[in-house]
Design a protein around this ligand. Structure first.
Ligand code: SAM
Ligand code: SF4
Ligand code: SF4
Length: 390
């Protein structure tokens, strides 16, 4: 038993929020204050560093069929680990309601993640509900998913039919023995490749393939990944290994800087940089000169991009996090359902909108820019990647 990871963390909520006793909560959280006056519609929302709210990542389950060593190490996420009860998860109607309100506040991209999002039963129904959301101008929202692809071959066509636009697939190695060691659940590379092929055939294009690069673990897979995906239509993205959560034993010397990744590819192929596709885009984009592959390098550690960070993250139990490295969440479920134990009543859409605007307006997170300058305070427990997604 490891009680510290299950219950009862000190609440370090901002004073503007109502502090609640953390009894039945996995991570520290507080209930956002509901302003007395509803927010005027249409105003541009920005946080304390002038950053708009553009992306919402929605983690829909804390469960996963993989046990990637850097994310859900088996010795912690084992048979004794208490995953959330179904009743604690946001229902699809609650997720859709929040997503709709976020879209009203400026969100233009929704990404489903987890845990493994394809494990959530009926995920296609949720996709259909989210795909129906429109901006005030009647435009659709970009709707994507990050998945380990183990179930994608079975589900790709249904996801596309439900309205999903694209998928990002995680694949850290092409070497089967190495991949099985990384996922620690005996999943074969072939299952992931089948999932990618099914997604492409279903039209979930361009499929992005994310590889988290760990020096000395899978950095010898960079070149094979490039060779494999040349000419496939998929976009490769190399991600620096990050110090997310508390369980993955991160060390700086395991990070292979993106600059080294690009240099290794450049040693074999002529390449050129591409323009950023959108403001706030995290990947530096490159293409091979022969047109056979586009790839991106995401330098979350060596070249942090906090100043453009326009993402919020919603956990499966309805806590909103303003940074991947946050140790404190904003309990939206209490506002959706009401929570007598916390003395909180359920509120309507206008009040929710005003409360969310207040939370985003107060945001000043920029952990990656401060990494190394100001180490994270002792005793603050950061959320795990499997809880808020990537
Ligand atoms: N299970 C799905 C998957 O693996 O695609 C979605 C959730 S997973 C938490 C989202 C992404 O986070 C994956 O691409 C994973 O490789 C990445 N990730 C997890 N831990 C990470 C870490 N410490 N550093 C960088 N990326 C990480
Ligand atoms: Fe599961 Fe994704 Fe985490 Fe791997 S990275 S353990 S697939 S949630
Ligand atoms: Fe955004 Fe936080 Fe990552 Fe900076 S550290 S880019 S604020 S999620």
């Amino acid at each position: 038993m490891q009680p510290a990871r299950r219950r009862g963390f000190a609440d370090n909520a901002p004073m503007s929020e109502r502090t609640i006793p953390i009894v039945d909560h996995r991570y520290a959280s507080s209930v956002p204050q509901v302003p007395a006056h509803a927010l005027a519609a249409g105003g541009l929302l920005s946080d304390r560093l002038g950053r708009p709210l553009h992306d919402l990542r929605i983690s829909i389950t804390d469960r996963c069929n993989f046990r990637c060593r850097y994310c859900m190490p088996r010795e912690i996420f084992d048979g004794n680990y208490e995953f959330l009860r179904h009743a604690d998860l946001l229902r699809f109607e609650e997720i859709e309601r929040l997503a709709r309100i976020f879209v009203g506040l400026g969100v233009r991209k929704l990404r489903l993640t987890g845990g493994e999002p394809l494990l959530r039963r009926g995920v296609e129904d949720l996709v259909a509900m989210l795909a129906a959301i429109r901006t005030d101008d009647g435009d659709p929202i970009e709707l994507t998913m990050t998945t380990n692809a183990s179930l994608l071959a079975r589900k790709a066509a249904a996801l596309k039919a439900a309205g999903l636009h694209r998928v990002t697939v995680s694949l850290d190695a092409l070497d089967d023995a190495l991949f099985r060691r990384i996922n620690d659940a005996d999943f074969h590379v072939s299952a992931v490749l089948d999932g990618i092929a099914a997604a492409q055939a279903a039209g979930l294009n361009p499929v992005k393939v994310n590889m988290v690069v760990q020096r000395g673990v899978n950095d010898d897979q960079i070149e094979p990944m490039v060779e494999h995906f040349r000419g496939s239509g998929a976009v490769l993205r190399f991600i620096e290994f990050m110090d997310v959560g508390n369980t993955n034993g991160w060390r700086m010397d395991q990070v292979l800087p993106s600059a080294d990744v690009v240099a290794r590819i450049a040693a074999r192929h002529a390449l050129h940089p591409l323009q950023a596709a959108a403001p706030g885009e995290t990947a530096e984009r490159w293409a091979l000169d022969d047109g056979s592959l586009e790839f991106g390098a995401i330098s979350s550690v060596t070249q942090p991009f906090c100043r453009d960070c326009n993402r919020a993250r919603l956990s499966m139990e309805g806590k909103l996090y303003l940074c991947l490295f946050a140790s404190h969440g904003h309990d939206l479920r209490a506002l959706l359902r009401g929570d007598a134990t916390q003395g909180v009543a359920a509120i309507d859409d206008d009040a929710l909108r005003a409360a969310l605007a207040g939370v985003w307006s107060a945001r000043d997170d920029r952990y990656s820019e401060l990494r190394g300058l100001a180490p994270h305070g002792d005793g603050e427990r950061r959320v795990e990647m499997s809880y808020i997604g990537g």
